[in-house]
Design a protein around this ligand. Sequence first.
Ligand code: WT7
Length: 630
Amino acid sequence: MTDKKLSGEVYYPSDEIVKNANVKNWDEVNNYALENYEGFWEDRANELSWFKKWDKVLDDSKKPFYKWFVGAKTNIAYNCLDAHVKTFRRNKLALIWEGEDGTKSNMSYYALHRETCRFANILKSLGVGKGDRVTIYMGRIPEIVTAMLACARIGAIHSVVYGGFSVEALHERLEDSQSKVLIVADGAYQRGKIVRLKDIADEALRRAATVEHVLVVKRTGHEINMESGRDMWYHELMNLPIADHGCAIEEMDAEDPLFMLYTSGTTGKPKAILHTHGGYMVGTYATLKYVFDIKEEDRYWCAADPGWITGHSYIVYGPLLNGTTSFIYEGAPNFPYPNRWWQMIERYGINLFYTAPTAIRGLMRWGNAWVNRHNLSSLRLLGSVGEPINPEAWKWYYEVVGNSKCPIMDTWWQTETGMFMITPMPCVPLKPGSGTRPFPGIEMDVVNEEGESVKPNEEGFLIIKTPWPAMVRTIYNDDDRYVDQYWGKFEGVYLTGDSAKKDEDGYFWVIGRVDDVIKVSGYRLGTAEIESALVSHDAVAEAAAIGMPHDVKGNVIYTYVILRSGIAPSDKLREELKKHVGHEVGPIAKPERIEFVDSLPKTRSGKIMRRVLKAKALGVDPGNISTLEE
Ligand code: WT7
């Protein structure tokens, strides 16, 4: 802890928290990492198992194509499972699961290892091997973890598509990744209803050509179509002799790809962010250990979805690398009542709890009584991620959920960063709404158009100046886009796409996206995806989408639609268009509002000026409109 008096509203950690924390003196660790950056990460890497150690920690000779742990051999799945089953953790719970319908199950490290090996053998028998892409599309059920780890074990690249995405989003991702195998669930429970995932997949598969095998996990048990020769039941395959629990692990190069995860960018189709076995492993392992202060006896719950980076890094890989017991809940936070989450924290004795501001604001709305019915005294640390947390929600989370004794880890990071980048640790004084400072050794800044540091409390572009182990390696099949998008604006630094301020204490305050990415309930969507879904409807000629501030969801989507000639606007059509976007992209992308217009503000080169639309919707001055065509 610093002795310096900090400005603004500050929450200092108690002596007890500091005394018991893995890291007691943040400045000491940070100073060490700043002076000895590669050594700091090398120390972290040495806490994990490698088939062969690296020749070099960081290779920056082909910037921005950085390489970490060059020459090393490992497999992240080995460190998630095999390494633990050799120790006392063999019988420790790896996963505790509760379905929305109340079904419960547990898996020890031994059991998770065995199931993963068994499933890996099935994938192998279908001809899946190193470098092949496998798409995974299901809800929050234990099989999603087994499927991801089985791919990793045999060196296949998994591409998880969030279960809340729909037909066209899934199709696009299958097509772009050229997946041979799709692992899907028949359905998922969500707020008491069944989301018919297999039906959605069938429709997506009619549009895509590369998938040879579809493996279907039975979750909801409703009637589904099984196409003979293509579709097979997971549980039937797992009963075959081939699903033996002995399965050799593939020795991967540290830089070999582990997974790709699609995320929305500023233009066109979603891009597949590529992460690797070595650096990603070291980054997620160390950040979770330090920030969530993992203790052997902890029970940890990250309430995100495995289909997003938060789930990849901090439901699956980070916790398993740390040998933690992780809880996964399938359904909605308010089903059947708004106390569901608190009930489970109490029931399972959760110590570390990690969720998003949008969920906190939603839960806050339902009132304190739902929380206060439960004994949440097991909680030691809380976390927040996905968008800026407003101080009001921060304080509610701190006081009502955490009983004013649990520090809140407001972690800023991205699909591309793979791991926490701006984040406190339990020993760090907190300011509500700020993620505090970058993780030890990482240098970040806020700069102006010219790339110069701005003054304290001035807004600018948030950038990252140091490479880090879990960084994106490229966009799958699109190196140029990778270079352009992230390294093109300022020489040698990574552009996050966010705007931020840095205060006089060096604390960062992230404001939001400065590009055409919209965060709806913490989910990342591109204006282009929503627009192209609208335009794919017969009635629509042109469309524009913008994000508008919302109390609970952070942002909602407003759209402006030009209809084809001869088509009359109506409320019925408006509803139909919303449904269409839900069907193509997913329910999260449904516009809150659709306005029918005759023209859209465009630049002379024909680009839609969303900024002008937004200013109009907000009733504020649109600023410089000299490039406006009319
Ligand atoms: C964008 C990345 C990384 C996990 C989930 C999101 C926003 C993320 C915070 C935070 C303020 C945040 C940024 C970022 N964001 N965490 N703690 N405070 N903003 O991953 O979907 O890749 O989105 O989420 O705008 O750029 P993602």
